[in-house]
Design a protein. Structure first.
Length: 414
């Protein structure tokens, strides 16, 4: 690929599909670009193209397939980083072996056990703000709920949660002032922390993912480094994405008053889940997926990709592709056919999707039930986004409301 032909992209391109398509001169395909951090890539646009890329056997995650010029950009995936041996950066057979070991901890029936606790916890968050009439939804609900959920799933005690949140912000790029040294320090912290969590489960086993991984290490199905890397992945990938689902989803409802009314009025589980899928599609929590490398010269979306090149994906273009989604610009909580790719596709499909969906279902239902006359508390133009091209994260979401329905007696308590 010739870097000279590559189109340099900004962070904004990843959340504004129209400007991206305009500047690249296409809505679908595979185009040479420079990512906002300068990393050269082929960018995949469109729903069918993203499915093709994510299931392409010649596109791998292991950095040993990447060409030399990409190395300076591969901080987190580089084998020097202690926590690089997780599912997301693994290829077969390691990927299949690890996923087999942990998947039972994330099945729908396993996460469903969290529903009463999660409902109770969410009501507690709303109790804190309901009489105030105004709150920033992010620190009030969108952030503490996913942090508490992933902490509950991994056994992180309450007094360690602020610590892990701060380190995760460095790793996920949400703390944009972080540099290479900060990332390395956060990695070391997570490494030691994940080791502590595993050690605690060996002493006191539970019905949870850390116990599952501690057992897998002890009987030789996983290495200690893999278990720590996966714990780090669950902690970091498992909350930042969900924060954005909750905040971006609520913003979409607030910007479309009729849709908010429909979502509020039809309280059936079916309608709630359909609305949730639309929130996942409309303003995707993940904007860019990076780090896939051509293991050989290959064809992708009709384009020749040389061996060693980097392929990245702009997820919102798949969710707003008019060839796959009818009237994609319309936010429609009753949409019947919704082939969004917000959780990815194929081999690396999100293992946390059932957990994130449960969080979304509980959080949106409790929020719209208990907060009446919900509206933005600032003009929409004042909302700003964190400068990241991998996640689409609002800086704040101030909302106004009055007390709505009361919590039903016993609701959410097991
Ligand atoms: C709304 C919330 C979420 C969104 C939008 C999301 C999105 C994604 C996407 C797009 C991928 C595929 C990445 C790729 O193919 O390169 C992925 C993978 C993954 N996600 Fe999520 N995720 C969410 C929540 C969670 C949660 C709660 C967890 C908790 C454990 C989690 C853990 C993972 C893991 C471990 C992978 C890698 C799976 C593999 O490589 O096989 N995610 N996620």
């Amino acid at each position: 690929m010739s870097v000279r032909e590559a189109v340099p992209l900004t962070v904004e391109h990843f959340s504004d599909v129209a400007s991206l398509e305009r500047d690249l001169g296409t809505r679908h395909g595979c185009v040479p670009i420079l990512l906002p951090d300068g990393m050269p890539a082929w960018l995949v646009l469109g729903n069918a193209e993203m499915r093709e890329a994510l299931s392409h056997p010649g596109l791998v995650r292991g950095v040993s397939a990447a060409n030399e010029k990409l190395m300076p950009y591969l901080t987190l995936a580089n084998s020097d980083f202690p926590l690089s041996r997780h599912l997301l950066f693994a290829d077969q057979p390691d990927h299949g072996r690890m996923k087999e070991s942990v998947k039972k901890a994330f099945t729908r029936s396993q996460v469903e056990k969290l529903r009463p606790w999660m409902t109770d916890f969410t009501h507690g968050l709303i109790d804190e703000i309901v009489e105030r009439g105004e709150a920033d939804f992010i620190p009030a609900v969108a952030l503490p709920l996913p942090i508490a959920v992933i902490s509950e799933v991994l056994g992180v005690e309450e007094d360690r949660r602020a610590d892990f949140e701060a380190r995760a912000a460095v790793i996920t790029g949400v703390n944009t002032s972080a540099n290479g040294a900060d990332i390395a320090a956060a990695g070391e912290w997570f490494d030691a922390f994940a080791g502590e969590l595993l050690a605690a489960r060996r002493v006191e086993p539970r019905d949870d993912v850390m116990t599952t991984m501690a057992e897998a290490v002890d009987d030789g199905r996983m290495t200690e480094r893999e278990a720590r890397s996966n714990a780090f992945l669950f902690l970091s990938a498992g909350f930042e994405t969900t924060v954005n689902l909750l905040a971006n989803g609520l913003l979409a409802l607030l910007r479309h008053r009729e849709q908010l009314r429909l979502f509020r009025e039809d309280r059936s589980r079916d309608a709630t889940l359909r609305g949730l899928e639309e929130m996942l599609r409309y303003d995707s929590a993940v904007s860019g997926i990076t780090y896939r490398f051509a293991a050989d010269d290959l064809q992708l979306a009709g384009v020749s990709i040389p061996k060693g090149d980097h392929v990245a994906i702009c997820l919102p273009t798949a969710n707003h592709d008019e060839r796959a989604v009818s009237c994609p610009a319309r936010f429609d909580v009753r949409r019947e056919t919704n082939p969004h790719l917000s959780f990815g596709h194929s081999t690396h499909y999100c293992i946390g999707a059932p957990l994130a969906r449960l969080e979304g279902e509980v959080a949106f239902r409790v929020t719209v039930d208990r907060l009446a006359d919900l509206e933005l508390a600032v003009p929409e133009e004042e909302l700003t986004w964190k400068p990241s091209f991998t996640v689409h994260r609002l800086s704040r979401l101030p909302v106004r409301f009055r007390p709505g329905a009361r919590r039903a007696p016993g609701e959410g308590r097991s």
